[in-house]
Design a protein around this ligand. Structure first.
Ligand SMILES: [Zn+2]
Length: 207
């Protein structure tokens, strides 16, 4: 599910006690910068040139800096896994390229496609490694008006605590699910004397 949080609250340090993805208690808090997506129309500017596009995209980008965003141990493991896959792809591409340059004759016709494969592996490796950053792990993005941080793939425990942020309430840790029995407030005391209750006569049932 996607959970929406007010951007000012996130920037002010409002955060949950559990991580987004797993809903587990946070073992570390990290600074995360959430960004907005470039609006689709801006890509038309690439037709004019990459530089105008880059300038407009940078000018339009909304950023929300969360000073201490929660991550759990599983988030850390996910980070490590993505990083290792990315680095592994890069290493494979380099080793493969070196091996191909040694083994293949210089004017071999398969050289072009092989280079393309290695270039794609490098791009894929960098792409995977970049998702190991804390921002992608938190999987949030800012709305184009900059007022809202949308959190994708939110765990229901995160969603519950996020609702409290939306309500502007302080963030006590709420165990989930609430198991404490409901306490009823005592009847409000009133100065007026309580009228004596007339018990209707109970019909006595003698077997
Ligand atoms: Zn987690």
């Amino acid at each position: 599910m996607t959970v929406d949080l007010p951007a000012p609250a996130v920037a002010a340090g409002a955060a949950t006690q559990v991580c987004v993805r797993h809903g587990q208690p946070a073992t570390r808090q990290k600074k995360v910068i959430f960004r907005s997506y470039t609006p689709k129309w801006a890509y038309l500017l690439i037709l004019i040139g990459v530089l105008p596009f880059a300038i407009v995209a940078a000018a339009l980008q909304k950023r929300v800096k969360a000073p201490s965003w929660p991550f759990c141990q599983d988030c850390g493991r996910l980070r490590t896994r993505r990083f290792l896959i990315g680095v592994g792809l890069l290493a494979l591409a380099i080793v493969g390229a070196v091996a191909a340059s040694v083994l293949l004759p210089a004017n071999d016709s398969t050289g072009g496609p092989i280079v393309l494969v290695f270039v794609l592996m490098v791009i894929a490796g960098l792409g995977v490694a970049s998702t190991a950053a804390y921002g992608p792990i938190a999987s949030g993005y800012v709305s184009n008006d900059g007022n809202t941080v949308h959190i994708r793939r939110a765990h229901e425990r995160f969603a519950e605590q996020a609702a409290a942020i939306r309500a502007g309430a302080p963030q006590p840790y709420q165990p989930y699910p609430p198991t404490a029995p409901q306490q009823y407030a005592p009847y409000p005391h009133s100065a007026a004397p309580v009228p004596t209750h007339q018990q209707p006569e109970q019909p006595y049932r003698d077997r």
